[in-house]
Design a protein around this ligand. Structure first.
Ligand code: GLN
Length: 192
């Protein structure tokens, strides 16, 4: 596949995403500037701290360009903080925190509790023959799902992996395990 997949590298767990994408055989590139964003066909938005990322997206000048690319249909995969930034509604966010409204979800920041409440668990993902080991770190909790959103995995009845058109989100950190199946799934979203 000749696509170039960007990994938003302003802050957070971007290096592991880059590693997984490269291991899957695609060209991965760190994105820190509007010019670097213009040079990629798709984007991964990593976990980290959504309030900090929101601020850095604005100071780097990327926010508006990224909003435009998302509305044009650029495929994107947001994990944890990335999911928060892509959601339509964020509960318990900071008042100055901005989000893209690219997937019809309401998420509650730190909805599973604080750092000490971080946990790991096996989840069943639609279409996977075996469970996926999911690492949740101060994860956002999905509290409402719009009708156009396909839920691909849930934990305790709460959606944790979802897709709407070209926008894929996970409330956990798929880049922190050796399992590359969700990144491979994103490559299929890009290809379709
Ligand atoms: N709680 C963080 C936030 O609000 C997200 C945590 C994570 O990405 N691991 O952005």
């Amino acid at each position: 596949m000749s696509v170039r997949v960007g990994v938003l590298a302003l802050q957070g767990a971007f290096a592991a995403h880059e590693h997984t994408l490269t291991a899957l055989g695609v060209e991965a590139a760190q994105v820190r500037t509007p010019a670097e964003l213009a040079d990629v066909d798709a984007l991964v938005m990593p976990g980290g701290e959504s309030t900090t990322m929101s601020r850095l997206l604005e100071t780097s000048g990327i926010f508006d360009d990224l909003k435009g690319r998302l509305s044009e249909g650029m495929p994107v995969f947001g994990t944890c903080a990335g999911m928060i930034l892509l959601a339509t509604d964020v509960l318990d966010g900071r008042t100055d925190q901005r989000n893209f409204g690219a997937i019809d979800l309401t998420v509650q920041r730190n909805g599973y509790g604080r750092q000490v409440d971080s946990f790991e668990t096996d989840i069943e993902v639609d279409g996977f023959g075996t469970p996926f080991h999911a690492v949740f770190i101060r994860a956002p909790k999905v509290v409402a799902v719009g009708t156009g959103v396909k839920v691909l995995a849930s934990h305790d009845g709460v959606p944790v992996l979802a897709l709407q058109g070209h926008v894929m989100v996970a409330s956990f950190h798929p880049e922190l395990t050796a399992d590359d199946r969700l990144h491979a799934m994103f490559l299929k979203v890009i290809g379709s």
